[in-house]
Design a protein around this ligand. Structure first.
Ligand SMILES: *[C@@H]1O[C@H](CO)[C@@H](O)[C@H](O)[C@H]1NC(C)=O
Ligand SMILES: *[C@@H]1O[C@H](CO)[C@@H](O)[C@H](O)[C@H]1NC(C)=O
Ligand SMILES: *[C@@H]1O[C@H](CO)[C@@H](O)[C@H](O)[C@H]1NC(C)=O
Length: 288
């Protein structure tokens, strides 16, 4: 097996858009972008699906094709599991690896109504857990101080952040904007980054800010080169790769050893306006 390194030139990201047959492999230094062949029961299998790693394997949850499905990427095929989500989660839900990657937390979303509910998937079963106090439709999930955290809501247009501990959800400081449809990324140093998104304080316009929640304070620490929303982000080595929807831009945010933001660069473009693509770090010749 090829060793996976963190330097951009050694990074390869499998991108699965809403149409699985548009999948591609993107290099972290921007030098290559090639088609990848992923098999799935339906071509729209990843449309509006949330995704997370469980025991190193990519899993996708819910979505437009089947709001309760759970599927796992084995070799180059998305295989549907017999275990299903407890709740229908068609769009606007989120998933996050928890407990050191051994489980996934899946929360929120819409299917006939907006859900505040959450469930935990351990690779074979799904168990319901605490519901959040507020809705977080397109509020996302990311780790803050090693606890799952969500921010804002596209439907309720609030600014609330809350975090899940062993005893339930508790409030964190409001985000300065009425934000949603952003991407959340937890850093190793326990802070949470919020990238892009739409701002109901500005008629739902999309924003370029890179925000950090650290020591219970929100601060803007930088700016995307291209404002965007509806994207996906992955943290590898000391870089976050953000795959944008409206600009199509693939932007790389580089951090130093102490996880301070150093630079933002555009390393390429998505081949289409691919919203919420599924991202998976892999090797240079995966499924090509
Ligand atoms: C988390 O997983 C990694 C890699 O599998 C392992 O090396 C580490 O010891 C684990 N940490 C905890 C706290 O379980
Ligand atoms: C990282 O960058 C910050 C600010 O840009 C700087 O203060 C810090 O010393 C840097 N850390 C290292 C290890 O270079
Ligand atoms: C985290 O922060 C500490 C102190 O602020 C620093 O020494 C360390 O290098 C930082 N980075 C990581 C990745 O832990």
């Amino acid at each position: 097996m090829t060793e996976i390194e963190g330097l951009p030139s050694d990074v390869f990201i499998l991108v699965i858009p809403f149409y699985v047959d548009k999948s591609y492999l993107q290099s972290g230094d921007g030098s290559s972008q090639i088609s990848a062949t992923i098999n799935a029961p339906e071509n729209n299998y990843a449309d509006y699906a949330a995704y997370a790693l469980v025991n190193g394997k990519l899993h996708i949850f819910g979505g437009d094709s089947d709001s309760k499905k759970i599927a796992r990427l084995d070799d180059c095929t998305l295989n549907e599991l017999t275990v299903r989500l407890n709740e229908e989660r068609e769009i606007g839900h989120a998933a996050l690896s928890i407990e050191n990657g051994t489980k996934a937390l899946i929360c929120f979303g819409w299917s006939r109504e907006y859900h505040r509910t959450c469930e935990v998937f351990d690779g074979s079963t799904t168990v319901s857990t605490f519901s959040a106090d507020s809705t977080h439709y397109y509020g996302g999930l990311g780790l803050y101080k090693n606890q799952p955290t969500s921010v804002g809501c596209w439907s309720e247009r609030h600014q609330k952040a809350e975090t899940l501990s062993a005893t339930g959800w508790t409030a964190l400081p409001d985000h300065p904007k009425r934000i949603s449809v952003h991407s959340l990324v937890g850093l190793e140093n326990q802070s949470l980054l919020l990238i892009g998104g739409r701002d109901w304080g500005n008629d739902g316009g999309f924003q370029s800010g890179i925000w950090q929640l650290k020591d219970e304070n929100w601060n803007q620490i930088g700016e995307l080169l291209q404002a965007d929303y509806y994207g996906s982000a992955i943290y590898i080595g000391r870089s976050i790769y953000y795959f944008g929807y409206t600009s199509k831009a693939i932007q790389r945010l580089d951090f130093n050893e102490t996880e301070d933001l150093q630079n933002v660069a555009q390393i390429g473009n998505q081949p289409g306006n691919y919203y919420l693509p599924v991202l998976f770090q892999t090797v240079s010749d995966y499924c090509i």
